[in-house]
Design a protein around this ligand. Sequence first.
Ligand SMILES: Cc1cc2nc3c(=O)[nH]c(=O)nc-3n(C[C@H](O)[C@H](O)[C@H](O)COP(=O)(O)OP(=O)(O)OC[C@H]3O[C@@H](n4cnc5c(N)ncnc54)[C@H](O)[C@@H]3O)c2cc1C
Length: 471
Amino acid sequence: MKQKKGRRRRILLYSILSLFICVIIYSSLNFYYFTSPLVIDENKSIWANHIIPPNNPLENDIEVDIAVIGGGYTGLSAAWHLAQQNPDKRIILLEAKTLGSGASGRHGGMVLPILMPHIPIDTSEIADLKLLYDTSVKNIEKISYIEKHSGINCDLVTNGFLFPVFKKSDIEPMKEFVRIFKGYGFPLEFLNQEQLKEKLGTKRYEAGIYVKDGGTVHAMKLVHALKVLNEEAAVEIYEQSPVTEIIEAEKIKLKVGEDAYTVQADHIVLATNAFASKLGYFKGCVMPLHIITAASEPLNDDQLSSIGWKSRLPFADSRIELYHLVLTPDNRIVIGGGYSNYFYNNDLNFKDDLNEAAEIAKKELFEIFPELDGIEFDYVWNGVIGVTADAEEIYGVTGKHKNILYALGYNGHGVNTSILCGELIAGLYAQKQTEYMRINDGTSGFLPPEPFRFIGVQSYLKYARWYDEQK
Ligand SMILES: Cc1cc2nc3c(=O)[nH]c(=O)nc-3n(C[C@H](O)[C@H](O)[C@H](O)COP(=O)(O)OP(=O)(O)OC[C@H]3O[C@@H](n4cnc5c(N)ncnc54)[C@H](O)[C@@H]3O)c2cc1C
């Protein structure tokens, strides 16, 4: 009797285990072979008030040299650089909705140089980090060039940014970071709490770092400026033209829109960032993370002087789910951070309540500037960023025929880097190696399939929130 009971228990246990393994295998296969649909929701950001004249969709089959997929900064920069360097090539850009519908048209307004505030174990790494920093600063000069030569005023301000330190325990490591990096020529200044308050007006932070480079830009005006330069360089831009299928071959075929027009191209550029998995690419290394940003009503003169944000410098703090704040030319505060979410199977539908999510940012805004208690948000918007395992972008050449160029996964720091990566893509097309490529090889670690991805991200987000609450 006892033996029978034991056997029954073992069978039950094995059955449950087998069922569990089947569910895991099914979920993982499902993740790789079935894709939830491409969703690009309406851009409700403050920047979307700037209207860019629309372009027509693709309405016939065509053959081109290069087809760029995605009308954000990566795609626009890649197309422009490719056109400048290859004036004899026919280059088109296909955008699923309108230019700037993705992160490029709805970001937080900060243009940052590449700076990783940590002390590397191997100090020889710092010289390489300096090269990345300098390359990214040169790229900010390029954004200035784009503004000037397009004739579109992008509200670009580049007198630096602040990195406030949230935790007391981070003060000494950050002081040491500044000391070491200054020795290598990084233009950094450590600020104690009083010095930081002098620039920002807030006592929310323990200390801060002033970085001489970087600044702010109007998201959509920069998209507009890039569009102007692309059209001057004879790039054909098609909007409302989603690519639905990529058929790899020597001459690659794209299916576009509901009428399935065919584009044949020698090369394509995948500039679809957080949306790339919907075309079947980079599921294993880039995932979409949903974040939100808000813009306050304009501050009046009294409110502005009461908070004491004298420097008007933008800032992004040292928390994991960091807060970033920008003061616009018309004295609104654009604030992002404190909320992020991942939805099962790389789902692009935003499933939370936007206003509830924005309340987190509002609460923090009042912590930073208690003088503003009661101020309302005029705009609240969501967006997706492409996240990689090691928080660095990926770029390179892929496909059976090595004719798919790509750059994506900027981890929420892509305003500057995506434009830089557009130039990198043109370099890859010309088979040019650069120092940037030597230091940052464009690869990233592996992100597990479902259900592990969902469980892992949700656990990490819970940890991040707990960690960020500890002062
Ligand atoms: C809310 C928010 C705040 C942010 N704040 C900052 C910040 O302050 N500073 C900073 O440096 N970075 C910030 N970022 C990140 C930065 O905006 C992005 O890294 C950068 O804009 C990425 O540009 P991209 O061109 O690669 O991608 P995107 O701008 O997302 O462009 C991808 C484009 O591809 C199109 N597309 C997708 N699939 C297809 C298809 N099948 N066919 C055709 N077209 C397709 C999309 O419609 C989209 O226009 C923020 C991002 C978000 C979402």
